[in-house]
Write a protein that binds this ligand. Structure first.
Ligand code: 3HC
Length: 317
């Protein structure tokens, strides 16, 4: 069958909302886009463990420590699901991790901002995981089977992440004046970078059009960003926090919040590696990977020993 027919059959499956599975024929460009997006999603999960990991030993109570420990552990698991989903596309995890460490691959810009105090852990859970959920719920309907299925499980865990963050801020907002000021300072610093998590404006998004055609992306960057703002502003009101956007205003006619301009220069700068924590994050990530080498070697040695023993058993059986 020629390439054109294969492409037409492939697109017909996409248009019929059928899932594409690893063994199905797919255009190289579709495969490449998935490897790019899913691996960068995985990198974001793993690098995202760093800003919060710093606060596990500084949590204000055992209960907060246990919740944060569980969340950071979940993020590691999300990274592993997503690396596994990427490997179904015929690429090795080592190559993906090498691309992250060399700076060739991206991870979400949000993780290049510093977590300065405990209120930041609340803001990260509420805003960063809240934004991630908005994006990931849409991805539960993405056209690539393994990615969509990974999303279903990840979203279940993300809702706990968002809730524990919101509860941290609720406790601070019902606390002393100093604690309330900490919560307001945290939202002042995390609000705009969280909006950038949805990607550049649709008019400046080189991948969106094709990704929407292939139903990898089910809603556009701007659509999900707007939905996140509409959902989150009432939650900020309930906390008694002021969203740091003087132009934020409910627009009855649109049925959405109007909001001020996002600093895309800052976004591009962070992506270029000039964020507050880019260098530190990569240094910590590479150090953790190197220090974990013995665990990977031991696991591989054990797996090889087991498969040799199974071969011996089956050869004498
Ligand atoms: N940070 C870093 N890079 C970003 C970015 C961000 N916030 N937003 C966009 N980019 C990059 C894109 O990767 C692309 O670069 P590339 O072509 O070299 O990969 C470029 O900017 C142009 O953006 P596009 O909109 O054209 O790119 P996409 O169509 O890929 O859309 C996306 C960007 C919406 C992030 C999409 O890739 C996506 O939905 N990814 C899956 C979700 C994801 O990765 N989320 C990251 C957060 S996960 C997380 O927060 C974990 C949670 O547990 C806390």
């Amino acid at each position: 069958m020629n390439e054109l027919t294969l492409e037409q059959e492939f697109q017909a499956k996409i248009d019929a909302d059928l899932k594409i599975e690893p063994k199905d024929w797919m255009p190289d460009a579709y495969r490449k886009t998935l490897i790019r997006q899913i691996s960068q999603h995985a990198h974001s999960e793993i690098v995202g463990m760093l800003p919060e990991g710093n606060w596990i030993s500084r949590a204000p109570s055992l209960r907060r420590k246990v919740a944060l420990l569980a969340k950071v552990q979940d993020e590691g698991g999300h990274g592993l699901y997503l690396y596994s989903a990427t490997e179904t596309l015929g690429i090795d995890r080592e190559e993906l991790i090498e691309d992250l460490h060399s700076g060739k691959a991206k991870y979400s810009s949000i993780f290049n901002y510093p977590s300065l105090n405990w209120a930041d852990i609340g803001a990260i859970g509420w805003l960063v995981d809240g934004a991630a959920i908005m994006n990931q719920v849409a991805l539960c309907r993405t056209s690539y089977g393994p990615y969509a299925r990974a999303m279903v499980r990840i979203c279940k865990e993300e809702s706990f992440h968002q809730r524990q963050g919101y509860e941290i801020l609720l406790s601070l907002c019902r606390g002393t004046e100093v604690q309330k000021r900490m919560a307001q300072d945290a939202i002042n610093r995390w609000w705009w970078p969280s909006l950038m998590m949805f990607g550049p404006p649709d008019t400046d998004s080189p991948n969106s059009e094709q990704s929407m055609k292939w139903r990898i992306k089910r809603q556009s960057n701007d659509e999900l960003r707007q939905r996140f703002i509409d959902m989150t502003v009432p939650q900020a009101d309930f906390l008694g926090l002021v969203v740091p956007d003087p132009q934020l205003k409910w627009n009855e006619e649109r049925g959405h919040y109007d909001f001020g301009p996002i600093d895309w220069e800052e976004f591009r700068n962070v992506l270029k590696g000039n964020g507050q924590c880019n260098r530190q994050r990569m240094k910590d990530r590479i150090k953790a990977h190197e220090e974990g080498a013995w665990v990977r070697e031991a696991a591989m040695a054990y797996a090889e020993k087991r498969s040799r023993r199974q071969e011996q058993v089956s050869s004498v059986a």
